[in-house]
Design a protein around this ligand. Sequence first.
Ligand code: URA
Length: 425
Amino acid sequence: MDAIDVIRAKRDGAALSPAQIDWVVDAYTRGAVAEEQMAALAMAILLNGMSRAEVSRWTEAMIASGERMDWSALDRPTTDKHSTGGVGDKITLPLAPLVAACGAAVPQLSGRGLGHTGGTLDKLESIPGWRASLSGAEMLDVLAATGAVVCAAGGGLAPADRKLYALRDVTGTVESIPLIASSIMSKKIAEGTGALVLDVKVGSGAFMKAEAPARELAETMVAIGADHGLRTVALLTAMDRPLGAAVGNAVEVAEAVEVLSGGGPADVVELTVALAREMLAAAGLPDAKDPATALADGSAMDVWRRMIVAQGGNPDAPLPVAREEHVLRAPASGVLTRLDAYGVGLAAWRLGAGRARKEDPVSFGAGVICHAKPGDTVREGAPLLTLHADDTSRFPRALDALSDAMEITDSGAPDLLPLIIDRIA
Ligand code: URA
């Protein structure tokens, strides 16, 4: 095999053969295909796409580049959720213990935030003592003891994806739907979950701003799951406004704890319960305890506490609080018709909640609290947003990010996406 032949084939619009795909992914992972050759191939894939057979094989080859986890020692079925990421998306925090409380096991490998969307591990690390890095044996112990584990993916899982993702990041090829779908699905299949629910976000705060490409991504991932014998369902959900009221790290943990206490914002509760029901059904547990009951009766909270303790955290310790705050007030009375997810996410990032480079630290206390959501009536001078940061010098640029993010009109209804736009199975 020759890398140039594989690049030319895709450049000229041909479908790659299974042997070509297996070879090029393996040779790239070993360093036998050069970075510039894989960059050219990734661009050819971005421009010419891949068939369902090609994308499934590409995913298979990326899984085969590393280890595959196995949870067959557990006495209950496994099920997991992956979100394409959004602003205020803390759903994993209440969801994993909730699904465990209803009878399934949730082995979730999560990531850190980059850019304006937050990462689950950054949020959980704001809990004093909590540890993201676990060995495979520790993961199994936590899962067996509590039913849920959320931790960092080890280096052995889909190493081809890690290398390729870093290359795509600097070559303008992140946006290829077959490459995104195979990247996400290779990690989830290698993680060894028995069922998977995808939360594919749509809107300004999401990776996919428009519904059509989000739908195509969801359909591609569901097809890859089916081709690998993994029961996979996708929900398309709204990310045109932030999810819930809190955007940041510790502030999102506090909101997740409110949900686990039976309260919390209605949209976070609705999406958590909908995803939990999907995860239980996909795991083959349609008659499991209803997730809404497990939130109300405290059983999901019990699992949360055990899960945090099992990873070294103290669920009773006070969460970090930022040193400074700035309140943004309504300039007029009326209806809040727009609160743009991207603007709020960018503000939280500039306040210190997110990072610009992978190695940067995050501020656990930084973030934004939204006191009103689109559709709410607000009075002139009432607080709309509170910005939290460790340093007042961060406020001006955060306020810049918010300058076009809000709209108050005399009357009228906001033009919002439905929270759950569609279900794809
Ligand atoms: N997330 C991933 O894991 N991979 C992509 O390609 C894009 C988002």
